[in-house]
Every structure is written in structure tokens, then in C-alpha cells.
Design a protein around this ligand. Structure first.
Ligand code: IPM
Ligand code: MG
Length: 368
């Protein structure tokens, strides 16, 4: 009986995590498994209840679980707090605390959504990109990091961008290994024409690449990569990059697929895998029941695959999502005229129904 830790967090987090739980329960029913759940506070809700975005007890719950499913953190209520007391600090703390250095963000375009992208359908057709983002180093964690008042009365703020060979080697290996199970291409993204840490990144990735002669390695500067993603995203297989560049590029990649509401992620390499949608807490639509739960549901699929060694369960969830989309059901963020608009819960229920029905859409009878 696998225990799954739930960290619903803030904003739309609780609504979408609830749908992901329903979906996992449906998988358990079909596969004759059982899960136990333990919910813990993280982010703004933890600040309100415990005075800190990441209580020790929450980390303990995560460590005792087979996998962690996270919703989202943050909101205007906590925006005025200093950096290390904000909800986002809880997210960084959990990544660092559990040693989750490898963030996988797959962006695959579901056929039925090709028209939902802001790019032309022929540009995004069939894209299948995996962003491998380094998650516990770089600009997000470098020290020193401070603010000071200058003699002239102005302020000075400092962040530090650093990488060690060990940090680069281990994330590079994750990317190369992932590429082996895909189209065998890694594009490493840096700013080696300017940044010293990027020059070390490029050298180290190149060296690690020699261990993987079967994988084709290329390098791109981050500005060029941002441009290529819009010009010709089909050229990419695995994108390997730093924490900061990965944050930015993964949002861009997500939009290729039609909506940030579709993109799942896995954070691995540490004590327990953490799974979360790439989108944020969307406080503007929280509580309205209109959020897209599919990124959370697809994150739950990644949990099945990576933490529970259940690729069949993961594939069943993905197939079911695809089939629900194929029937034209859409939440507001991906809705277009002629689609069937549904709310958060209905979308979850439809995926559950598809799973219980085998996840295969019967095109002839328009049913599951
Ligand atoms: C993400 C988010 C986080 C990040 C924020 C919420 C701290 O944007 O997971 O991409 O910057 O890593
Ligand atoms: Mg981000």
C-alpha cells in the first residue's frame, strides 16, 4: 500500500489536487492497488497556520511517502513578505531539502489541442519536448545574496550565479539517459558567450556527453533557444539547462502546447519524487471551479511512472486525458468555440470515467 503525500498549497492548488487524487483512486481501482494519503501544509497556507512556508512536519510527511503531489503555492496575500518568508521560499526549501536536483518538464502536444496553441498548428504539430531543468543550484540558491543601502542613499541588491562540476554532471546524466529513451538528442542551453558558470556548464556537459556516444549533443545560447522554440520547436527533443533558464524556457515550451494548464513536472534525484503542475496558484481564478486540472492529473501520472514504478498506470492516465480531449471537452483556458466547456470537477470526472472504461475513446460511437 503506497502512501502519497499531498501538498495542495494555495490558490487553485487544492481544487486541482483533489481531481488528481480522484484519478489516482480510479487507477487503483482498475489495477487493484490501494493508496493511502497524507495531506500537509505548504506555502501560504502553512504561513497562515504555522508561521512558516515549510514546516518541518511537512518535510517529514514527504519523507515518509512514496511520492509527493503538490498543487501550487503563492498569492497576493503573502506578496509583501520578505523573500525568505514568502510561500515560494517553501517550494525552494522543499526542493533543496529533499535533494531534488532534477526537474523534468515534458511538453507533448495532444493532437486535439494543436489548434489551441497561439502558434500555427503546422509549427506545433507533434512537438514532444522534455525540459530537464537543474533545480537546486544556480541563481536560485547562490550565495551571497543580499541587499544593502549605499552611501548615496540608493540600494544595491546581489544574487549569485554559481555551478559546480558535480552539479552539472549529475543533471547532464539525467538528460542524456532520458534522451536514450526518446529521439536521442540533447540540446544544452547556456549563455557561455557571457557567463563563466555557463562556460563550465558547456565544458562539463560536453565531457559527460562522451559517455553517451549514442546521443547527439548540441549547444545553444539561451536567447537563440528562446527564438528557435518559436521558430521551429519540432527540432527539439531534450533541452538541458540551468535552474533560471529552465524556469523561463519551460513556461515558453508550455505555451507551445496550448496552455500552461497542461504541463506536468517531476522533481527527482533525492529522497522522494515530487510532482507538480508547472503553472502557478492562479489566485485570480481560485475557488471558481474553472481551473484546468489536467496538469495536476498528468503530474499524478508521472508519480505513477517514476515513484511507483507503474508505467502502465501512467499510460492509462495519459490515454484517458487524450480521449477526454478528443471528445472536445475543455476547461476555459483551452476552450475554443465549438468545444465543450467544462469545469474543474467535470474534467476530473471525465478522466476518471475514461480510466474506468479503459481509457480508450470509441471514435465511432463517440463514447468511452
Ligand atoms: C516554477 C515556478 C517556481 C520557480 C516559483 C513558484 C518559485 O515558477 O516551478 O517554475 O521559479 O521555480
Ligand atoms: Mg516557473
Amino acid at each position: 500500500m503506497a502512501k502519497i503525500a499531498l501538498l495542495p498549497g494555495d490558490g487553485i492548488g487544492p481544487e486541482i489536487v483533489a481531481e488528481a487524487v480522484k484519478v489516482l483512486e480510479a487507477v487503483a481501482q482498475v489495477q487493484d492497488l490501494s493508496f493511502t494519503w497524507e495531506t500537509a501544509d505548504m506555502g501560504g497556507i502553512a504561513i497562515d497556520r504555522h508561521g512558516t512556508p515549510l514546516p518541518e512536519a511537512t518535510l517529514a510527511v514527504c519523507r515518509s511517502a512514496a511520492g509527493v503531489l503538490l498543487g501550487a503555492v503563492g498569492g497576493p496575500k503573502w506578496d509583501a513578505l520578505p523573500g525568505d518568508e514568502r510561500p515560494e521560499a517553501g517550494l525552494l526549501g522543499i526542493r533543496k531539502g529533499l535533494g531534488l536536483y532534477a526537474n523534468l518538464r515534458p511538453a507533448r502536444i495532444f493532437g486535439p489541442l494543436e489548434a489551441a496553441s497561439t502558434l500555427k498548428p503546422e509549427v506545433v504539430a507533434g512537438i514532444d519536448i522534455l525540459v530537464v531543468r537543474e533545480l537546486t543550484g544556480g541563481l536560485y540558491f547562490g550565495r551571497p545574496r543580499f541587499r544593502e543601502v549605499l552611501p548615496n542613499g540608493g540600494m544595491r541588491a546581489v544574487d549569485t550565479l554559481e555551478y559546480t562540476t558535480i552539479e552539472i554532471e549529475r543533471i547532464a546524466r539525467v538528460a542524456f539517459k532520458a534522451a536514450r529513451g526518446r529521439r536521442g538528442m540533447v540540446t544544452s542551453v547556456d549563455k557561455a558567450n557571457i557567463l563563466e558558470s555557463s562556460r563550465l556548464w558547456r565544458e562539463t556537459v560536453t565531457k559527460v556527453g562522451e559517455e553517451f556516444p549514442d546521443v547527439e549533443l548540441s549547444h545553444l545560447f539561451v536567447d537563440n533557444c528562446a527564438m528557435q522554440l518559436l521558430r521551429n520547436p519540432q527540432q527539439f527533443d531534450v533541452i538541458l539547462t540551468t535552474n533560471m533558464f529552465g524556469d523561463i524556457l519551460s513556461d515558453e515550451v508550455a505555451m507551445l502546447t496550448g496552455s500552461l494548464g497542461m504541463l506536468a513536472s517531476a522533481s527527482l534525484g533525492g529522497e522522494v519524487g515530487l510532482y507538480e503542475p508547472v503553472h502557478g496558484s492562479a489566485p485570480d481564478i481560485a475557488g471558481q471551479g474553472v481551473a484546468n486540472p489536467l496538469a495536476a492529473i498528468l503530474s499524478a501520472a508521472m508519480l505513477l511512472a517514476y515513484s511507483l514504478d507503474n508505467p502502465e498506470g501512467a499510460a492509462l492516465v495519459e490515454r484517458s486525458v487524450e480521449s477526454v480531449l478528443a471528445q472536445g471537452f475543455r476547461t476555459r483556458d483551452i476552450w475554443q468555440p465549438e468545444d465543450r466547456l467544462v469545469d474543474t470537477k467535470t474534467m476530473g470526472n471525465l478522466v476518471v470515467a475514461a480510466i474506468l472504461g479503459g481509457g480508450v475513446y470509441d471514435r465511432q460511437n463517440h463514447s468511452l
